[in-house]
Design a protein around this ligand. Structure first.
Ligand SMILES: Cc1ncc(COP(=O)(O)O)c(C=O)c1O
Length: 399
């Protein structure tokens, strides 16, 4: 294991600071390293493997499709992309779908589509985008320009222009940002960078009102909140809001790269052949898997279980919080949970300790951890994992 870790340090651009073990295999909500240590996975590849690692049904589909056709290009129609598009439209507000490979690319496609639509339909310079603080929209130049956080943009100027950033959930001053040049507002209905934070309904109502008044579009980034994560297939279903464009990725093909946007016929009609495209997006393997993921996760009975499991997390965490007294707040949106600690708890050390005890968890920020387990994690595994979480905190407090 040490040799691989050394080679990793020697041969990869240091964009990441990975855990100090090497993963050999994973099944359901368990992961094993090359020394056969077993971990309970509360990360699911950062909200991606929603139906568990190496899901048997999806593995079967992947194997079968790999024998039929792997890749075609978008010059030819593959039936799985058509089938998945149809399912997504039938289950959401959308009439049309565009597929790409990742969340960041879905943001790119959404902003390009919005700008094309508003500049064609209204006026040429109707191209400004309003985004919000503490957001995350990926690591492309556009994504970091939208988030506008110092740690993301430092050293990467010049960034794409025409973006105005406003504090999240703050109504005051928002109106001033809108004008006849506003093309779209982009936001996450549930943010994670400051711990799990939902958009206030009043904030959403104001955005809806201002967007209507200024003929601007609403783009919802559901790259992480989508595909059952928050207890509905998409989070917008809980917010009295119909997006003009929705971005999705992560869980849609359970870890096989796939992303995309959903939109209406009206907006899609602004895009014509050659306006946008991708080599890999919407490939037959990804879409065959995605089709099955949508069938499973969109079922009401499945989504109800997500909410039930969220309650187990919250009840267990409440009792840990009462016992230990070092937890500042707990928040959740479905199986997306964050735990904020009082000052003095080093999150990096806590995560490293959890690893040594067999639990994988994520950092949200300097004092907050985040869980995004598979949506099928067994109830007793949630309790077992939280037992490890508690003992890791205790061990850290004793240090
Ligand atoms: C809300 C949101 N948008 C966009 C992205 C970017 O997605 P990707 O990493 O697939 O490019 C992420 C990734 O974490 C995300 O959480």
């Amino acid at each position: 294991m040490k040799k691989i870790i050394n080679d990793y340090a020697n041969y990869t651009v240091p964009f990441y600071g990975p855990a100090d073990f090497v993963v050999k295999k994973a099944k359901g909500s368990y992961v094993w390293d090359t020394n056969n240590n077993k971990y309970i996975d509360f990360t699911a590849g950062i909200a991606v493997t929603n139906l568990g690692h190496s899901n048997s049904e999806l593995t079967k589909i992947l194997n079968q499709q790999s024998k039929n056709v792997w890749h075609l290009s978008n010059l030819y129609i593959n039936e799985h992309a058509v089938q998945l598009s149809k399912k997504l439209c039938q289950k959401t507000f959308a009439d049309k779908v565009f597929f790409c490979n990742s969340g960041a690319e879905s943001i790119e496609a959404a902003v390009k589509t919005a700008r094309k639509y508003t500049s064609k339909k209204f006026k040429k310079d109707k191209n400004e985008i309003i985004s919000f603080s503490s957001s995350f929209h990926g690591r492309t130049m556009l994504g970091i320009a939208l988030a506008k956080a110092k740690n993301l943009i430092d050293g990467f100027a010049p960034l794409p222009k025409g973006i105005k950033n406003h504090p999240y959930n703050k109504i005051e001053g928002l109106e001033k940002l809108f004008s006849d040049k506003t093309s779209a507002v982009i936001l996450e209905l549930v943010q994670w960078q400051s711990g799990i934070t939902k958009a206030d309904q009043k904030f959403i109502s104001k955005i809806k009102q201002l967007a209507r008044k200024h003929k601007a579009l609403i783009i919802i980034d559901e790259v992480q909140s989508g595909i059952g994560r928050t207890g509905t297939f998409f989070a917008y279903e809980q917010f009295n809001l119909v997006p003009d464009i929705l971005c999705f990725a992560k869980g849609i093909a359970n870890g096989f790269p796939l992303g995309g946007i959903l939109t209406s016929n009206k907006i899609a009609s602004a895009m014509t052949v050659g306006s946008h495209g991708t080599t890999f997006g919407g490939g037959p393997i990804a879409c065959a898997i995605g089709s099955s993921v949508v069938d499973t996760i969109s079922k009401k009975s499945f989504l109800q279980k997500v909410t039930k499991k969220e309650k187990i997390f919250i009840n267990e965490l409440d009792s840990i919080s009462k016992k230990l007294g070092c937890i500042q707040s707990i928040s959740s949106a479905g199986l997306w949970v964050s735990v904020e600690f009082n000052q003095g708890i080093n999150i990096d050390n806590l995560i490293a300790l959890a690893h040594t005890k067999g639990l994988m968890i994520l950092k949200a920020n300097i004092n907050t951890v985040r869980f995004s387990p598979s949506l099928i994690i067994e109830d007793d595994l949630i309790k077992k994992g939280l037992g490890i979480f508690e003992s890791s905190i205790l061990a850290l407090l004793k240090k």
